[in-house]
Design a protein around this ligand. Structure first.
Ligand code: FMN
Length: 189
């Protein structure tokens, strides 16, 4: 197959859409982020990349608590709003009508409407030219009851919002099941 080189690009698909919650200037604020991923299994850890000019950045330092909220596809418009408006100028909680709740850490605001909410504490910060990579411990996980099947988180019920980065710049949702992981590979003829 012929390939066409495109230079160094962030062509990395798909990306999870995350809503980062933090107390900024004493108030809950939420920003959208797609630079994020898992960092460690046990203990569970994640990463999120935040540009240092974001209002949210003012709340992030090693030891600081924040939340990572996983929105469903139905919340795309409010999630996009949190990614185009800054908490420095807009009360995003009020504009989006978010119900905010707090968990074990007491200082990590979470969006009740988002089916999955992770309470996090930052453990490392690596500064790059544009983003700072925040590595964090996941301290607690909250899941909406209607997204459970037999007591376990059911990602199909979560219907998570997914992002296709440039040049598409579109929100999409998960399609269908392709196969059983850690199984179909063993069945290769
Ligand atoms: C789809 C989408 C993805 C985004 N991903 C990131 C990201 O990963 N990191 C980041 O710093 N900003 C990202 N942004 C931009 C911030 O969400 C945006 O600048 C927001 O207004 C910051 O809010 P704040 O100023 O209240 O912190 C994204 C925006 C959108 C719409």
């Amino acid at each position: 197959m012929n390939k066409v080189t495109q230079g160094p690009q962030t062509s990395f698909y798909p990306l999870p859409v995350l809503v980062i919650g933090a107390m900024v200037d004493g108030k809950p604020n939420f920003m959208t982020a797609v630079y994020g991923g898992l960092a460690n299994g046990k203990p569970p850890m994640l990463t999120v990349g935040i540009v240092r000019s974001r209002y949210t950045w003012g709340a992030i330092k090693v030891g600081a608590s924040f939340s990572v909220n996983i929105p469903s596809a139905a919340q795309a418009q409010k999630v996009d709003f949190c990614g185009v408006e800054s908490g420095s100028k807009t009360d995003k909680v009020a504009r989006c009508g978010f119900k905010v709740f707090y968990g074990d850490l007491e200082t990590a605001p979470m969006v009740e409407e988002c089916p999955v909410n992770l309470e996090c504490v930052a453990t490392h910060i690596i500064d790059f030219d544009m983003h700072s990579l925040v590595v964090a411990d996941i301290k607690q996980t909250h899941v909406s009851e209607d997204c459970l099947t037999d007591g376990a988180l059911d990602p199909m019920k979560v219907d998570p919002l997914v992002f296709l980065t440039a040049p598409a710049r579109k929100y999409v949702r998960i399609g269908g099941v392709v196969g059983d992981a850690f199984k179909i590979g063993k069945e290769l003829p």
